[in-house]
Design a protein around this ligand. Structure first.
Ligand code: ACO
Length: 371
């Protein structure tokens, strides 16, 4: 029996604070006209001090679980794709698992930069198709504003914060994720990187003085790479699904630069009207850009059950990837469940587990005086 991975829930979390191009003019030597002409971006959202990659991921996930009417306790797999994890470890996915009370879930982070959401979607799909799990929560979440150098006009104008999440569930009905491809070319790794803070260049006074803990980018080279792979990957993944571009109603591309998207759509001879664009209001939210744009397409009535759509993205690594999805929506006839109402309960559960761990440590310590 073949299991198909349907997308049955979706949600997004956008920080309230907006940073416009004019605001940026006061920070670095740039201007609104340049940013709009070269990127299409007009404003982006910046996380408040109390918001983190995990907290945005939790907000988006609870909304996605509500749409799917899936109880957090029933979630079997959580994958957080992020370029701005809270720590090297523990995984941000584990923080999310704890805060939504997903007590039966395995959880891990996936790092493939801006292509990460497509990679994560594909990994979750394969886990469902193999019968390993019945459902998965796939999240793209970012607070890249904390990793950009706010004095570097080449990069600080591009990025924004936010999160988006999908719930995937197994079904025997043929639909959901129909095909996916993942590609990489590590020879271009240095074109877009955060050089320090890992094991290669551990954080030191020197790495900080040299600003190696910030995003470094060769914009022109990344641009050239992106315009080449976006159309190529779309064509490849559509063929893999045994479809043609005529069968595709909508494309949701990674929202990095309007010129990159326009070039790709021109190469594909695909109408821009059928391509979702929201980078003017969010900037590049990295792994979150595709699920956020999808949520907006649904809200605006542009994405309906039965539509076939392509997700396509590229990012640091270098990585790129694409997926074809036949949109289905939540499974019918489910009891409505509002997981956001249980936030306090999930926190209390986490608190009790911590307390219990302390008690266990005391008991364990007494019996093992050597420890
Ligand atoms: N404001 C004003 N002038 C600027 C700015 C700015 N913010 N930034 C650069 N310039 C200047 C440059 O200094 C340069 O001046 P010069 O000719 O006197 O040297 C001039 O503008 C042109 O610079 P370019 O870098 O050639 O500009 P380009 O048209 O390539 O646009 C941009 C730059 C927007 C960064 C573009 O290259 C781009 O979008 N690249 C792709 C980046 C991307 O998508 N990154 C995300 C990848 S996804 C991930 O994994 C996170």
């Amino acid at each position: 029996m073949t299991a198909y991975a349907h997308i049955t829930g979706w949600g997004k979390a956008i920080p309230e604070r907006v940073l416009t191009n004019r605001d940026l003019q006061r920070i670095v030597d740039t201007n609104d006209e340049w940013i709009v002409a070269r990127t299409g971006i007009r404003e982006r959202h910046i996380a408040a001090d109390y918001q983190t990659t995990a907290s945005l991921a939790v907000d988006a996930s609870l909304k996605a679980l509500e749409v799917a009417s899936l109880k957090p306790a029933a979630v079997e797999l959580i994958i957080v794709s992020t370029s701005s994890p809270e720590h090297l470890f523990p995984a941000t996915a584990c923080l999310v698992q704890d805060r939504i009370g997903a007590k039966s879930a395995g959880a891990f982070d996936l790092l493939a930069a801006c292509s990460g959401f497509i990679y994560a979607l594909n990994m979750a799909t394969q886990a469902i198709r193999s019968g390993s799990v019945q459902n998965a929560l796939v999240i793209g979440s970012e607070t890249l504003s904390r990793l950009v150098n706010w004095t570097d006009r080449n990069t600080c104008i591009l990025f924004g914060d936010g999160a988006g999440a999908f719930v995937l569930q197994a079904s025997e009905t043929p639909a959901g994720v129909l095909s996916a491809i993942m590609r990489s070319d590590g020879s271009g790794g240095e074109l877009l990187a955060i050089p320090a803070g890992g094991s290669r260049y551990p954080t030191s006074l020197e790495t900080i003085n040299d600003g190696l803990h910030y995003i470094k980018m060769n914009g022109r080279e990344v641009f050239r790479f992106a315009t080449r792979v976006m159309a190529q990957a779309t064509q490849e993944v559509v063929e893999k699904a045994n479809l043609t571009m005529k069968d595709i109603q909508l494309i949701v591309p990674h929202q990095a630069n309007l010129r990159i998207i326009e070039t790709a759509m021109r190469n594909l001879e695909f109408p821009m009207d059928n391509c979702i664009i929201n980078l003017d209001r969010y900037g590049n939210t990295s792994t979150a850009s595709i699920p956020i744009a999808t949520c907006e397409a649904i809200q605006d009535g542009r994405l309906k059950p039965g539509d076939r759509i392509v997700f396509v993205g590229f990012g640091a690594g270098l990585t790129w990837g694409a997926a074809v999805v036949e949109w289905s929506g939540p499974f019918p006839g489910l009891h409505k469940f509002r997981p956001a109402r249980y936030r306090l309960y999930f926190r209390f559960r986490s608190f009790l587990r911590r307390v219990w761990r302390h008690i266990e440590a005391i008991i364990w310590g007494r019996h093992n005086p050597s420890i």
